[in-house]
Structure formats: C-alpha cells, structure tokens
Design a binder for this molecule. Structure first.
Ligand code: SIN
Length: 490
C-alpha cells in the first residue's frame, strides 16, 4: 500500500480514509494492479487504492450470497435501524466526507456537503420503506382459496456507480437494496474510490453485517462480466453512460438479471414568453453549472421564446461569465475542474464544432486561464441543429440557447433527442404548465424549478436514458420480487 508523506486529506477522523476493497466485513489486500487517484483541481496525487482480480470479485459475490439468508430473514425493523444508524454516521462525518469528495472529484466544497446530505437522505428514506414493504391478499373466484402476494428480496445485487456523484449514487442504490433484504456488491468509479470506501467504513460502524455490503475495485469490464456471469447476482443497478448501459443490459441477459439503468441525458430547458425571465436565468445557471455541468440531469439545450430570447441570453451570458471558477476547496469557488483531460478535450471539441458550424460564443468558450482541467462557463447562441452539441450529452460547463416561435415548436425541438431523462420549463400559464409537462417525453419535468432530485421523488428516464426508478416509494420495488402463494382448503 502506498503512503503519502504529506497527507492532503487531513481528516478529523483519519480512519475514514481506506485504500483497500471491503469484502465480507474485512479490508482485503488487493491482488490486482493498484489504481492511482489524483486531485483534478491540482493534478496532485492522492495515492493509490488496491484492487481485486476477477477471481477475488467472484469470491466477494460468493460472500454476499452466503450473507443473504440471515440478512433477508432479519426483521425489517432491524434492517431499518442499521440504515438509520448509517444515515446518522454519514451526517456526523459530513465534513470529512465532503472533503474527500472535493479532493478526488473536484466539486466545490459546499456542493460536496450538499451531496453528502442528499445521499444520506436515501438511507433514512429507505429505512422507512423497509418496514412498509407490504404484501396483499387477493380475493379469488374460488370460495376455499386465497391468494397471497408476498414481496421478497431479489437476492444478491450488484451496483456500478459513477464519479460525478461519488457518494449519493452509492446510497441511492445500496439503501433500497439493504432495506429490501438484499445483499450487495458495489463497484464505484475508479476515479473516486475514497468516497465509496469511507461509506463502507461507516456501514461497518453501523453494524451492517459482514458480506451484506461489499466494495470491489478493479478492472471495470472484468468486474461487469463477473457481475453478469455469476448466477447468484439477481439484479444489476448502474448509473453512467448510455453506451456502457447498453453493454451491461446485453450482458445481464445471460442470467436474465433485473436491471435498473440510469443513463445519459440531453435535458431541454424551455423559457416561454410568459416566464419570469430572471427566475429562468437563475434556474438555468443552477441546472447547468452545478458540478461543472457533469450531471446527467444538467441542462444541455435551452430554448427561449423569440420575444425573450435576446434578453434571456444576455443575462445568462453575464451570469455565466461572472461565475467563480477554481479549486473546490476555496470557499468562493462556484465551478470546479472537469474530471480529467479527456473530459476537457471533449468540451473543447464540442465548442470548436459549434463555432465551425456558425454558432456564436456569448460567454466563455475556451479552457480557463487557471489551466489544468478548468474550462470557462460557456454559452452559445444560435447553435445550428447539425452541431454535435445538439445530440450528445455535454457533461461540461457548456450550453446553447436557441429561439423558438410557439409551444408546438418548443416541444418538437425539446423532444428531438434519443434521450429522455430530465427536462425543465418556465411559464406562468397554468394550462401551458400541464400541456407542456404532458408533452415532454422525459422521465422527469421541472416546472419553474431547476432541480428534480430528492429522496422523495422517483428519479429515472425513458428512451435511451434508462430503465427503472430510484428514490421515492418506487425505488425499493426494483429490489423486490413478487411471489404469489395460492392457499386452498379454506
Ligand atoms: C446524476 O447525474 O447521475 C444524478 C444527479 C442527481 O441525482 O441529481
């Protein structure tokens, strides 16, 4: 294990910083090639984490399988108590967890703190759902028979989580699994393993038993294949790109595993002529530049009615240009770095493409003068519809504004994408609010609000944006199977 002389983490509770996979209740020595982790704001090394070979990943799934019967049989109240304890511990250590996240992921510290609280809220929420996973008794046509509908834990689950929300996506997937009585093997993103391992440390302190919650690190395709091939894995939950989601969906067919896929987005944001334009500008700033735009539900394409487009664009450009870009540890920072060089090059490539095709840069448009992985918050006006930026998920601090004539055209433009995750619009007309919300082909719609994420509301997409819902009372369903029991001779 590599140690670093000058500890950049400087945590209040140094035991939260773990560098080994968490398997069957133990920190297991790696038998794979270690992964180096760097701070995207500075490029400085944060050290290495140990990884597992495919054989060790299979042993981890075996451990989760062994732990399943006892965990599933535990009264729901007791599973809920441990989830509540995990929630409390996450909040108690929020400052350390946020610092770990900012160091390995780059987002501003205030956003990281917000994400820790957001993630913890899923542990509390699903503790509540654990004790309400009710069954049914169904009246039957026969007098002497009854039908019972039981809702049982699916079994061993696998989860693959992304680097953009290194903590919240883990709790959003693991808490409903544990609440339902499933055991789980998690593979977090290689870029942000420390947040995941810190959550495992807290799960251990919350008395979540050995083998119930496991964290593996290693070669992503090999781990994905191990998850798909192991007959004990009955469900896979993945958040990430549509490209990888398609691959995992095909692999899951092998064992006919249940899947929850939260994939890419290409969110439209419509500003109608009756909107509160100032509120819409603030909404667009929040929904675009949070996490430097590296968010599945981030706004990609803004459509502004032709009567307000110039005013809206001018204000948006001014607000974007005034955002403070910098190291997330600086309390004034509003936009942090991109995650790696490939991400920066991709955003720069999208800007070049749209410029070449005649789009006009009205704010930003190039790598930030700070250098490294920082990119200027960028607004493009008049992006032609053949620009790559229209079709692709941007995942960076870049957005386009395009005028439209009427509601029909706005809906047509907004829906012209293979994706269907989040969408947003601003209007003060109640009838229009209903018409447009119903007309948008997206899993989530924000009407006069720039956020659609909460533990209390279903989160997920349609079309190429995924399958299933996370959060809310629906979030536990994907971790439960329905069993029908016929009882005769009554
Ligand atoms: C995501 O980008 O994957 C999740 C965003 C959220 O939960 O708000």
């Amino acid at each position: 294990m590599t140690t670093i002389a000058n500890d950049p983490f400087a945590l209040q509770d140094p035991a939260l910083l773990r560098r080994q996979p968490y398997v069957d209740g133990r920190w297991r020595s790696g038998d794979g090639a270690p992964i180096a982790v760097a701070n995207p704001a500075t490029g400085a090394s944060l050290g290495e984490v140990e990884t597992l070979s495919p054989a060790a990943v299979i042993e981890t799934i075996d451990a989760a399988e062994r732990a399943l019967p006892a965990w599933k049989a535990l009264p729901a109240r007791e599973r809920a108590n441990r989830l509540e304890r995990w929630h409390d511990l996450i909040l108690q250590h929020a400052d350390d967890l946020a610092r770990i996240m900012t160091l390995e992921q780059g987002k501003p510290l205030a956003e990281a703190r917000g994400e820790i609280a957001y993630g913890a809220s899923f542990a509390k929420w699903f503790a509540g759902e654990a004790v309400r996973a009710y069954g049914e008794i169904v009246p039957t046509p026969a007098r002497d028979r009854r039908v019972l509908v039981l809702r049982e834990a699916v079994g061993v689950c696998a989860a693959i989580t992304p680097w953009n929300f290194p903590s919240a996506m883990i709790v959003r997937k693991t808490a409903p699994a544990l609440a339902a009585g499933c055991t789980i093997v998690l593979k977090p993103a290689e870029t942000t393993p420390f947040s995941a391992l810190a959550l495992a440390e807290l799960a251990q302190r919350a008395a979540i038993p050995a083998g119930v919650f496991n964290v593996v690190l290693g070669d992503p395709p090999a781990i994905g294949k191990a998850f798909a091939a192991h007959p004990a894995v009955r469900k896979l939950s993945f958040t990430g790109s549509t490209r990888t989601g398609r691959l995992l969906l095909a692999q899951a067919a092998e064992q006919v595993q249940k899947v929850t896929l939260e994939l890419g987005g290409n969110a439209p944001f419509i500003v109608f002529d009756d909107a509160d334009v100032d509120a819409a500008v603030e909404g667009a700033i929040a929904a675009k530049f949070r996490n430097a735009g590296q968010v599945c539900v981030a706004v990609n394409r803004i459509f502004a009615h032709e009567s307000v487009a110039a005013r809206f664009t001018e204000r948006l450009a001014a607000r974007a240009a005034a955002l403070k870009v910098g190291n997330g540890l600086d309390p004034d920072t509003q936009v942090g770095p991109l995650i790696n060089r490939a991400a920066l090059d991709r955003v720069a490539g999208l800007v070049d493409d749209v410029k070449t095709r005649g789009g006009k840069i009205v704010a930003g448009g190039k790598p930030h003068k700070l250098g490294g992985l920082f990119f200027e918050p960028t607004v493009v006006a008049g992006a032609p519809t053949d620009a790559c930026i229209w079709r692709e998920e941007i995942f960076g601090p870049l957005v386009t504004v395009t005028p439209f004539r009427d509601e029909t055209e706005a809906l047509r433009l907004a829906n012209a994408t293979e994706y269907g995750l989040a969408s947003y619009f601003y209007t003060r007309d109640l009838g229009r609010a209903f018409r447009v919300a119903e007309g948008l082909q997206f899993g989530m719609v924000g009407v006069n609000v720039p956020f659609v994420s909460s533990e209390c509301a279903p989160f997920g997409g349609v079309k190429a944006s995924g399958i299933g819902r996370e959060g809310s009372r629906h979030g536990i369903e994907d971790y439960l199977e329905i069993k029908t029991v016929w009882v005769g001779g009554i």
